[in-house]
Ligand binder design. Structure first.
Ligand SMILES: *Cc1c(COP(=O)(O)O)cnc(C)c1O
Length: 341
């Protein structure tokens, strides 16, 4: 049994399982900057084929895979379209400006999901006054949108439009496997929609490090150049790629357990009079507000029971269910939440 300290701040906090560590120790590694690490090559080939893309690139973080994609897809002075809740805009240290020199056109979508109409109405005319609209970035699931997922049809409409209007389309798929599991979509169907996809192994999948960028051969060739310039070329990194391989083999289907526990948390929260504005729960993220006069007591109750959560603003709380959160902890959490009157 796990100890009952509950940490729901993020799905990045998980510790590699014993089985994952054993698998990592057995990796036959080489120098990946010299392209001699077969484990990295296997992981890249595996994800490329899962998403029906030609090639892939293993990177230290999802921030790096997103930033590399933006850099390769744009020229300085271009504009990208993304939602105002997007990770690319909010949480990547202003990298779109410092790495790529592009401007951002923010769209106010539905829990971070952009519609085709919003894209259409934010494309600049071909006129020297305006930055050239070059790239659209979607996020699926949307982190700051409480794990909201796109419908396949709306992504498909956006993709067709972008293909016909000379716009490149990137997916920030840090939690793309949560979306695939929740919506019963196939990873193969995503490849044809996007020019590039950034996939995190260190979120719900439970690897300690690692994100992979997938795209066509010429895109990944350029991406490798940019990764090097950002200091992201790594040496005997097959140990970490092995963790990713293990996660892909063993931790995808179990994401449904995280989703189920998130839904159960939601079923309790909806009954509690001090909770408002519970966002729809589609995946492993539970986002809600606490009534202002309950915030200090709510925080205190969590603290006394060794429960950690993320506070996003004064009264918005985020729980992210994850690999290290089990049913015993769920029960303790629900009882604790109900104990506050
Ligand atoms: C976590 C996350 C990333 C990447 O984060 P890193 O910590 O750099 O790996 C990118 N996009 C979204 C939506 C995320 O949630």
């Amino acid at each position: 049994m796990k100890d009952l300290n509950i940490d729901l701040r993020s799905d990045t906090i998980t510790i590699p399982t014993k089985e994952m560590l054993n698998y990592m120790f057995q990796a036959k590694v080489g120098d990946d900057v010299w392209e001699e690490d077969e484990v990295v090559k296997d992981l890249e080939a595996h994800l490329a084929s899962m998403f029906d893309k030609e090639a892939a690139l293993f990177c230290p973080s999802g921030t790096m895979t997103n930033q590399i994609a933006i850099r390769v897809h744009t020229k300085m002075g271009d504009e990208i379209i993304c939602d105002k809740l997007s990770h690319i805009y909010n949480y990547e240290g202003g990298g779109v400006a410092s790495n790529s020199g592009v401007s951002v056109r923010l769209v106010d979508g539905d829990l971070g999901r952009i519609s085709l109409d919003q894209i259409k109405s934010n494309i600049n005319p071909d006129d020297v006054h305006f930055p050239r609209t070059r790239l659209v970035c979607l996020e699926n699931t949307v982190n700051k949108g409480g794990g909201a997922c796109y419908d396949y049809n709306s992504m498909q409409d956006i993709s067709h439009y972008c293909q016909n209007h000379n716009l490149t389309l990137h997916l920030d798929g840090a939690r793309v496997f949560n979306a695939l599991v929740a919506k019963s979509h196939s990873s193969h169907d995503y490849g044809k929609l996007f020019d590039s996809i950034s996939i995190c192994l260190s979120k719900g999948l439970g690897a300690p490090i690692g994100s992979v960028l997938v795209g066509n051969i010429s895109f990944i060739k350029e991406a490798k150049r940019v990764r090097k310039s950002l200091g992201g070329g790594m040496r005997q990194v097959g140990y970490l790629a092995a963790a990713g391989q293990y996660a892909l083999e063993n931790h995808i289907n179990r994401l449904e357990d995280d989703h189920k526990r998130a839904r159960l948390i939601g079923e309790t929260l909806i009954e509690l009079h001090y909770i408002v504005n519970l966002r729809p729960i589609e995946t492993n993220i539970v986002l809600f507000d606490v009534k202002a006069d309950y915030v200090p007591r709510f925080k205190m109750t969590l603290e006394t029971n060794d429960i950690k959560a993320s506070f996003m603003g004064d009264r918005t709380v985020r729980f992210v269910t994850n690999l290290d959160f089990c049913d015993d902890q769920l029960e303790l959490l629900l009882n604790t939440l109900k104990s506050l009157h």
